[in-house]
Design a protein around this ligand. Structure first.
Ligand code: GEK
Length: 242
């Protein structure tokens, strides 16, 4: 059974900035599903897209894999047996749990886990790259070079699936979408206090950009097209085609 996220009920966690440590890793599946509108839909679609776009003897990357939800979705949908999945995260706590889940999983598709900053790894021979709610934690100035590296490492016909929390230039939209996200969290059992404490903890750590900024960056790196295939309030997922 999933362990419940009670982190921000605890006043001790009120002031420290958000970290992907063991406390977070323990409750992560519950946290992300109750906090990110559309998360399970996105995870399922990642498997479907990977199955369609994977190429023989290529690599599928899951950048910022956490407990490997996108990795497992790819693993269970892909039928190409000679491909491999490389899942990367810089949180030891997340990777330890992810490794345990891989041991319990029955798929025969090879998964390599790498503990690293995603800015420091090589991307090669990729048919599918997933970066699901992780670019938002990378300093804005480093985002273009990371997307460029992904584009360069993709094979012709390869895809990038990028999911992000969004910002809006129109203040009325920004405040409405933020309010709807908070109502989503409230409907999922988080209190006002937990929502506001988490918001403070994520300040300057999770930096959302607008849909247009993401699209421009994707196109600037060389992708032929970059469209939003899913959006639920201020959370969206892009599909970029090489
Ligand atoms: C999912 N994709 O379940 N390098 C490597 N990892 C990083 C970095 C970095 N520079 N910065 C943050 N992370 C997952 C969910 S969670 C999203 C992704 C969220 C890692 C961090 O350790 C965490 O595991 C993950 O990115 C972000 O589909 O919690 O909102």
């Amino acid at each position: 059974m999933k362990e419940k996220d009670l982190i921000y009920l605890n006043p001790v966690n009120q002031t420290s900035p958000f970290k992907f440590d063991d406390t977070v890793a323990k409750v992560f599946p519950d946290m992300i599903i109750r906090s990110v509108p559309g998360y399970s839909t996105i995870i399922s679609a990642i498997g479907l897209l990977a199955a369609k776009f994977v190429q023989p003897a290529s690599v599928c990357y899951d950048l910022g894999c956490s407990l490997g939800a996108a990795t497992f979705s790819m693993r269970h949908h892909i039928v190409e047996n000679d491909c491999k999945i490389i899942a990367v995260d810089n949180s030891k706590a997340m990777l330890q749990r992810c490794q345990e889940l891989i041991f319990q999983d029955s798929s025969s598709i090879n998964v390599e886990l790498i503990e690293s900053d995603i800015r420091d790894i090589n991307i090669e021979n990729a048919s599918v790259v997933v970066i699901n709610f992780t670019l938002q934690f990378i300093p804005i100035n480093d985002r273009q070079s990371l997307i460029n590296k992904i584009y360069q490492g993709l094979l012709p016909g390869g895809i990038l699936i990028l999911s992000e929390k969004l910002a809006f230039t129109d203040p009325a939209q920004q405040s409405l979408q933020t309010e709807m996200h908070h109502l989503f969290k409230k409907a999922n059992g988080y209190s006002e206090l937990e929502i506001s404490r988490k918001r403070t903890a994520l300040e300057n750590i999770l930096i959302p950009e607008t849909l247009e900024q993401h699209q421009q960056r994707l196109l600037a790196s060389g992708f032929n097209s970059a469209e939003v295939w899913f959006q639920y309030f201020n959370f969206a997922s892009f599909l970029a085609l090489k």
